[in-house]
Design a protein. Structure first.
Length: 48
């Protein structure tokens, strides 16, 4: 588990999906303050 630099809270990995474009990306979201950090360099296509 990753620690948030802003509030020292726990961060969990989540996935955001854009169905219109067909892309998804992983990011870390803080459970305490809601800050998000990108976990991947670029979005990935839903269908490979």
């Amino acid at each position: 588990m990753k620690i948030c630099e802003k509030c020292q809270g726990s961060m969990v990995m989540e996935r955001a999906v854009d169905l219109e474009v067909g892309l998804s990306i992983l990011y870390f979201a803080c459970l305490n303050c809601g800050k998000r950090l990108q976990a991947e360099k670029e979005p990935q296509p839903l269908v490979r």
